[in-house]
Design a protein around this ligand. Sequence first.
Ligand code: ZN
Length: 297
Amino acid sequence: MPELPEVETIRRGLEPHVIGHPVHDVLVGDPKILQLEAHHLKDKIRGQSIRSLGRRGKFLIFELDRHYLIFHFGMTGQLTFRDPSRSDANRFKRHPVTGLERARQHVPDRHTHLQIHFEQGGAILFRDIRKFGKVFLIEKGKNRLSVFFNRLGLEPFTPDYNIQAFLERFRNRKLRLKSLLLDQRFVAGIGNIYADEALFEAGLQPARTIPSLRRFEKEKLFEAIPLVLKRGIDYGGTSFRDYVNSNGEPGTHQEKLMVYGRQGESCYRCETIIEKIVISQRGTHFCPTCQPRRRGK
Ligand SMILES: [Zn+2]
């Protein structure tokens, strides 16, 4: 599932291709992903230009003249720019080392559920094999965005992400640490991969409960979260299966992961074997030595 670093990588890649461009046409494949009637989407956004491209947590936000068009990528969503000056790949290729399916630039297929074509040529294609992705359209207006996102937690890399606000978010929570990190009301944008990586970075065992944490341990987590997210962005996101950037290319962060997906392998810091347990029905990876069960000192 694309998490904050993957969505941010897509945002940065699309930006130069779409800003200032008026929407010429909208084609809908399977309207299941749309949170409105397909013909309404087409009628409303045609002719509007894209003014900016933003992000909140795992949501990508196209600011149009009169609306916000918002994408959530679900499990397998891909948003790519199809450039008419580039040639299309006629079939899918697998990466020789990672075995990842390379989407590349390709003609829309049966998994392409939304196409937005621009007057200057070129189109953005939303492709989603499992169809858990969602597309929303909201009218611009005072506080409309903040109301839409009112259940989302702190946004990393903004002034809202400060230690006071962070500590406040632990109040009255009794969850396990991993479950808290997956809760989008805590910090927005973290999913399974970066939750495990942040807990490793902070030296915290994922099964520990919130009430067992000392203040200095929460402070370590506060610092670890943006650090691992930034690393993910720096390496163009993490690709295990479906994630590709706006050019249809996988990221390279999967090669830099410290614990996620490394069960049975040795820790890069202490050589202890990485373990995998299940918390909140999600595979959870940690180093038993670097992330001890007892309280840290
Ligand atoms: Zn270790």
